[in-house]
Design a protein around this ligand. Structure first.
Ligand SMILES: [Ca+2]
Ligand SMILES: [Ca+2]
Ligand SMILES: [Ca+2]
Length: 636
């Protein structure tokens, strides 16, 4: 669009020269208009420069050369003209500009509803100004691709004094692809002490906006609070696909010292936004406190499919992260430091939980890849409190030294396992694994466990995750995971061999979680202290290193079928048939078998030699510490 306008003007330019040979050069595109007065109107005023730029096609520049020593205050007595033609308003051109704004645009006299700048043209830049005491500091409406950089919005030119706008510092309304701040420090805005919040991005059409490298709620050094009187950043009312922070490693914002939450994502259609690598509740270095008074990051009222990744979220006055509301779905919380400093060394507790989840089903905390885990530590209550909701996955995180539970389903500390896991509640109150004698066999970590869940109460297979425990029995270090099929018998125990690379030693404690295949994660298990179980393992004659159980053949069958299995070493083997209720029907083998392939047949009779009825039966093949259960169908 803009390029086309240039082309058209280029064609017209000779005509101007022909008919108006004395026309000023300023009548062509890309003119620079100079503000050299703090007067409200007339030649050299900001108001006149905006009027001139609006009247002149193309991206003009408004430059400043105000006489006298700074700061230079421009205090309009009525609302300034809306920006209706793309323009660069560049406060850094003022001769005494030295890295921070020296021009104060003060809205004290403009009346209640005036914005400092209301940009409707799009493709404009507002740079290097202090914008104070308006209703909203800057409004970007509809047309996007604006750049807002190097401004103090709501904070005075000294970089510390409260001079808030009465509503938002920056309001982005149905406007896309705006850039607020930038990766370079010279583009940073400080957006503080505004009364309804620092930045609000709102309405359908507010997409693809990037807010990066800014200080929001702090002074110009990001050491002290100059809090916005509500949240630092609000994304709501169907604003989607926006990025708060940086996708490429550095360039996150400091969002700290605000009187409510640091970042709020709210409402239906507020989807697929990303909050990336910000410092929320801490200073710029991520090593000292600068609290927001409520949540660090809050997702509520149907905010869905958003990503909270790689942030330091610590020392906030409520929980670090809240995900609230039955329609707030599928949000992902990964790779954050929650309650701990950026280096992962020092406690900076959030005042309540690390993460609070209430009703928000399908939330993901961590991930199946180890690097997706969060560090959730030192928080004043639980690490993760799941008050209600289901399919809330908690996987692969490092959770330690939280004052209450590491993971709390409900707000009641340890929720005991119930027999067969019939109960409902947050994450269906998924039972955690029971641990039995576990320890090191040589260098291999061997864990013996059982999960008292039945297939009609939990969705199998479960994912069992193993952690080195801290002193409080929380999962400090993720060690590995194993898939777990339903136990054929209520007391059947399973071995996991996590190999020799876990770095744990005898005397260390481990804890375990279970997550069913729908994503319902349990609390942490009770701890097991690792012993030397070489003797335990040795009491089982041998340990096959491979073990394969084949499906019986034929299947269905009447009345005869064969069960075939392979093992690479000699072992104590049992082959047992159960009915669907777990009652033992027949023992087909019980004793030492040589390495190799074996086939054992069953003729459909029980231990008394009586024929059993049609139905599903289970065969359980156990060889050393390996075991497997399969189903077969007798059809008479
Ligand atoms: Ca609980
Ligand atoms: Ca339960
Ligand atoms: Ca249950």
């Amino acid at each position: 669009m803009i390029r086309k306008r240039f082309e058209r003007l280029a064609l017209l330019a000779p005509l101007f020269v022909l008919f108006f040979s004395s026309a000023p050069i300023a009548a062509t595109a890309q003119t620079s208009f100079l503000v050299n007065s703090t007067q409200d109107s007339g030649p050299g005023s900001l108001r006149q420069a905006i009027l001139d730029a609006n009247a002149n096609a193309g991206v003009d520049t408004i430059q400043f050369a105000i006489q006298g020593s700074g700061p230079h205050t421009i205090a309009p007595v009525s609302v300034l003209p809306n920006i209706t033609e793309a323009v660069v308003v560049d406060g850094t051109t003022q001769p005494d500009y030295q890295g921070v704004p020296v021009i104060r645009l003060d809205g004290t006299n403009t009346g209640m509803s005036a914005a400092g700048f209301r940009v409707e043209a799009g493709a404009s830049t507002i740079r290097g100004l202090a914008i104070l005491h308006f209703q909203d500091g800057i409004v970007l409406r509809t047309n996007g691709e604006n750049h807002i950089e190097a401004n103090f919005i709501g904070i005075d030119v000294d970089g510390q004094s409260f001079a808030g706008n009465r509503r938002y510092g920056l309001l982005i309304w149905a406007s896309a692809d705006n850039v607020v701040g930038g990766m370079d420090d010279s583009k940073r805005n400080v957006i503080s002490s505004n009364e309804a919040g620092g930045i609000r991005i709102t309405q359908i059409g507010s997409q693809g906006n990037r807010v990066e490298g800014n200080f929001i709620g702090t002074d110009a050094s990001a050491v002290f609070s100059v809090g916005n009187a509500a949240q630092g950043v609000l994304i709501d009312s169907s604003a989607s696909l926006n990025i708060i922070g940086s996708a490429d490693g550095s360039g996150g914002n400091v969002i700290s010292g605000n009187e409510e939450s640091g970042v709020v994502l709210r409402g239906g259609g507020t989807v697929q936004n990303q909050v990336l690598r910000n410092f929320v509740g801490v200073n710029r270095a991520g090593d000292d406190e600068l609290p927001n008074n409520h949540y660090g990051v809050l997702l509520e009222e149907s905010a869905s499919d958003n990503v909270i990744e790689g942030n330091v979220i610590a020392r906030n006055g409520f929980s670090g992260i809240g995900v609230l509301g039955a329609q707030s779905r599928r949000n992902r919380i990964v790779m954050n430091h929650i309650g701990i400093d950026a280096a992962g060394l020092y406690a900076l507790p959030n005042d309540v939980h690390g993460i609070t989840i209430d009703q928000a089903s399908d939330t993901m905390v961590g991930g199946s890849e180890p690097e997706q885990g969060n560090i959730i530590a030192y928080n004043q209550a639980a690490g993760i409190n799941i008050q209600s909701g289901v399919r809330i996955r908690v996987l692969g995180n490092a959770i330690f030294a939280n004052n209450d539970s590491g993971i709390d389903l409900g707000s009641d500390g340890v929720t005991s396992n119930d027999s067969t896991d019939l109960d409902d509640g947050p994450n269906n109150l998924q039972n955690f694994p029971d641990l039995f004698e576990s320890g090191l066999n040589g260098n291999d970590l061997i864990v013996k466990f059982h999960v008292d869940s039945e297939p009609n109460h939990s969705a199998f297979p479960l994912t069992i995750q193993f952690f080195q425990a801290d002193e409080k029995g929380q999962g400090r270090r993720f060690l590995g995971e194993q898939s777990y099929a339903a136990a054929a018998l209520a007391d059947e125990k399973t071995y996991a061999n996590l190999g020799s690379t876990t770095g744990v030693a005898e005397g260390d404690a481990i804890v375990v979680t279970a997550t069913d295949s729908l994503g319902n994660s349990s609390e942490f298990s009770a701890v097991a202290v690792l012993g030397n179980i070489t003797s335990v393992a040795a009491s089982e004659p041998t340990t096959p290193t491979t073990f394969v159980v084949h499906q019986n053949y034929p299947n269905p069958f009447n009345p005869q079928t064969s069960i075939r299995f392979e093992m690479s070493e000699t072992a104590e083997v049992s082959v047992t048939v159960y009915n669907i209720l777990g009652e033992r029907i027949a023992t087909l083998a019980d004793g030492r078998l040589a390495a190799g392939e074996h086939s054992i047949s069953w003729n459909g009779t029980n231990a008394n030699g009586r024929s059993v009825s049609s139905g599903i039966y289970l065969y359980h093949v156990k060889a050393g510490r390996f075991s497997e259960v399969r189903k077969m169908m007798l059809l008479r």
